[in-house]
Design a binder for this molecule. Structure first.
Ligand code: HEM
Length: 345
């Protein structure tokens, strides 16, 4: 039987063409423009320098300030895409992402506000909050990477070139944050599914998990792993026993929200491949870290980053951060440039 192809109504042709172009270019977003390196070159030439200066000051004052800046960009991108929704405050009728449980330990909002204030003074209404998050994450991780900070990696002291041109969204929902953000108890299948839903690969998952080379966690994020994980009320069998004992002593009050647990004991301010060494020793802090050993591809990559020169990981990390930074972006005439990151205009 001959199949008749019906002509598409003109109203559908343009959106379909745009979607096709977007997919060919690998963009996860639905924006009508494109991200590019140096988007503010003409409209706000000092934008990246201003972000860098404020991030550097914050990290100089408190060396643990780099990790929360990196995490903020991730939590932004995984909910509605990288469009700054993680920064919006709750209102009377709406509980925003910020106030969702997985975001309770987010930090560094004050650094983003300082950057925004400085940029609004220099170039009013020009640089989006979503781009500030992307640039600040890049700078934070660059400053924590020894070869980069020493100027041995690139002339400009950046680990990778960050794309800009994002615009800000105006919706922020705590429910969406809970639904979209990975959980520390996720297994490998769930993690792969979550990342795939953002157009991110198994490689991106493994590389970006390497962000846990820096920063800290708190007892509630691992409490279930230390007790009551199995039916026998035992600890997570995938966690090294001696390490579990040590963590249990530190988290003797499981709900303790103040004790800080270094991601990589002794080196959680330095961005390097030590995380992968810990994961292979079953000493990753989260079940989701250890889960990387439960799939042949992700496991192979964990060992590769542990055993290869650090530059292999650093280069791949930059690529995956750019991939993540493209998720669900608003561009061109979409969205807005917020005047203050915590409020829609
Ligand atoms: C793969 C799934 C992931 C899970 C399940 C996960 C989960 C977590 C959890 C539970 C914490 C600690 C929260 C606390 O107790 O305070 C944390 C911290 C952190 N995460 Fe992830 N994360 C994931 C991926 C990522 C990615 C992709 C990045 C960045 C690219 C990232 C960056 C960070 C950083 C830097 C910290 C430390 C924050 C600080 O010191 O304040 N994580 N993550």
């Amino acid at each position: 039987m001959a199949v008749r192809v019906l002509p598409l109504p003109p109203v559908l042709v343009l959106p379909l063409l745009l979607a096709l172009v977007a997919s060919v270019h690998g963009y996860g977003g639905y924006g009508d423009g494109k991200l590019r390196v140096g988007f503010y070159k003409d409209s706000c030439p000092d934008a990246e320098a201003i972000v860098r200066e404020i991030v550097a000051k914050a990290v100089h004052k408190d060396p643990t300030a780099n990790a929360p800046l990196l995490r903020l960009h991730f939590h932004d991108c995984f909910v509605r895409g990288c469009e700054g929704s993680v920064l919006i405050n709750s209102t009377k009728g709406n509980t925003a992402e910020k106030d969702a449980k997985p975001n309770h330990t987010l930090d560094a909002f004050d650094v983003i506000d300082d950057i925004k204030e400085a940029l609004e003074k220099r170039c009013p209404g020009t640089v989006s909050c979503a781009d500030i998050l992307a640039i600040a994450a890049r700078d934070a991780v660059s400053l924590a990477t020894k070869v980069v900070a020493k100027g041995e990696w690139s002339k400009d002291g950046n680990l990778y070139e960050v794309e800009t041109g994002r615009r800000d969204g105006s919706v922020s929902s705590a429910k969406e944050a809970v639904k979209n953000l990975p959980d520390s108890f996720d297994g490998i299948r769930k993690l792969i599914k979550r990342f795939a839903s953002k157009n991110l690969s198994l490689k991106d998952l493994t590389v970006l998990s390497g962000a846990h080379a820096i920063g800290k966690s708190h007892c509630p994020s691992i409490a279930k792993r230390l007790r009551n994980f199995t039916e026998n009320r035992d600890s997570d069998p995938t966690l090294d026993r001696a390490y579990a004992d040590r963590l249990r002593r530190r988290c003797w009050r499981p709900k303790d929200k103040t004790t800080e647990l270094e991601m990589v004991p002794g080196s959680s301010e330095t961005f390097d491949t030590a995380y992968y060494g810990l994961v292979t020793k079953r000493r990753g802090l989260f079940h989701s870290d250890e889960a990387l050993l439960r799939n042949d591809v992700t496991k192979g990559l964990v060992y590769r980053y542990r055993d290869s020169p650090e530059t292999t990981f650093l280069r791949d990390f930059g690529v995956s951060m750019v991939n993540m930074g493209r998720v669900g972006v608003l561009t061109g005439s979409q969205g807005e440039i917020r005047k203050k990151c915590a409020f829609v205009n």
